[in-house]
Design a binder for this molecule. Structure first.
Ligand SMILES: [Zn+2]
Ligand SMILES: [Zn+2]
Length: 363
């Protein structure tokens, strides 16, 4: 057994000391591997980056053209000081990847953010075998079980169609990278036009340049005629919802698409009309399936319900631990969602954790 682990948690991020490479560091470092372009995982200030080509394009657009980023394809190995690194699809957003790290026969995988459902815009999650799995667990409680996306899109279409019939604009809040494009791709475009906020337009443009096919969309400008909004679906980051930006869209109905919409308290507090439970993260079953399929004998849980999730894994006989990171728990909602961890929203004691075996559906 080696004395220092292949990957360790340091004040700068997840570190491979043999190669001196960090995975999604939250401080500037010499060499970084980036799992995906969301801002809590892809940060500026590092000397050299390794990422998929889509993540590279997104990072240049979001952080800066001057970043030194080397693009590699999924599955393409890179050797650094005898350590073999490769990226594998994570199914979270376009370009997202898990990082596989191999040294002298020992394999670790750091998942970054991931989901097991297909979203129509990201390559499907690929299970990767490993000895140690570092998994996110944003939704690592048995109360989080996602419905089939088709059912959620039926709900979104029904809301949009009803609004359009009444001349009411439908304004949906979705993270500008990932969730916005997933919503655009999944809805019934015969209902009306898709109009987007500038932040979404920017991401759409970069992703289309990377070869992603998107349905027709229009960037909302000050010249967009008022009547254009009447049967439209407007896709915007949540930060624009409470500003004067939406004035011209009146009358309108608001909605949010996020895994957090599973929590009634969250929906109520966020002051929106409709919540759709559509997540870009794995649900409880997806997390457990991923742990199983990895074959890992040791699991390290990061961001989310890390303590409860690792506690559950130990109760079923796995070697599991929780680690603290500086990754956020956003899921299509561009604001801090830490408040959902308060017991006023979720009482861990009342969740059926002890009965939450993968095969046993719980209420
Ligand atoms: Zn993410
Ligand atoms: Zn994350």
């Amino acid at each position: 057994m080696r004395s220092t682990p292949l990957l360790s948690f340091t004040p700068r991020g997840i570190h491979c000391s043999i190669a001196d490479v960090y995975i999604d560091p939250w401080r500037g470092v010499d060499r970084a591997i980036i799992t995906h372009a969301h801002s809590d995982h892809a940060r500026g200030g590092s000397g050299h980056y390794l990422a998929t080509s889509v993540t590279k394009a997104l990072m240049h657009a979001r952080i800066g053209a001057e970043l030194n980023i080397e693009a590699i394809e999924y599955g393409e190995p890179v050797n650094i000081n005898g350590v073999r690194f490769s990226l594998h699809p994570a199914g979270h957003i376009p370009g997202s990847a898990q990082v596989r790290v191999e040294h002298q026969g020992e394999v670790w995988v750091a998942t970054g953010d991931y989901k097991r459902q297909l979203d129509g815009i990201s390559p499907a999650f690929e299970p990767v075998r490993c000895h140690t799995l570092i998994t996110e667990c944003t939704f690592g409680l048995p109360i989080y079980r996602w419905k089939e996306p088709e059912l959620i899109f039926n709900e979104i279409n029904e809301w949009w169609r009803g609004n359009a019939a009444n001349g009411v604009c439908s304004v949906i809040s979705a993270y500008s990278l990932g969730k916005a494009q997933r919503v655009m791709t999944g809805v019934d475009r015969s209902i009306g036009p898709i109009l987007v906020h500038g932040a979404v337009a920017n991401m759409n443009t970069v992703l289309q340049q990377c070869g992603l096919e998107l349905p027709a969309w229009e960037h909302i400008t000050k010249d967009t005629p008022k009547e254009r909004f009447r049967n439209a679906l407007v896709i915007t980051p949540g930060s624009a919802l409470d500003t004067t930006w939406t004035n011209r869209m009146k009358p309108f109905s608001t909605a949010m698409a996020s895994g957090w919409m599973q929590l009634r308290g969250w929906r109520r507090r966020s002051n929106i009309d409709k919540g759709f439970v559509l997540s870009d993260h794995a649900d409880w079953d997806g997390l457990l399936r991923t742990v199983q399929e990895s074959g890992a004998e040791r699991v390290i849980a990061t961001h989310g319900y890390t303590d409860l999730f690792s506690q559950y894994l130990r109760s079923v006989g796995l070697d599991a631990a929780a680690e603290t990171t500086e990754f956020g728990t956003d899921d299509g909602v561009d604001q801090r969602t830490d408040m959902v961890y308060s017991t006023s929203s979720v009482d861990p004691a009342s969740t059926p954790l002890s009965m939450g075996r993968p095969e046993t559906p719980t209420a």
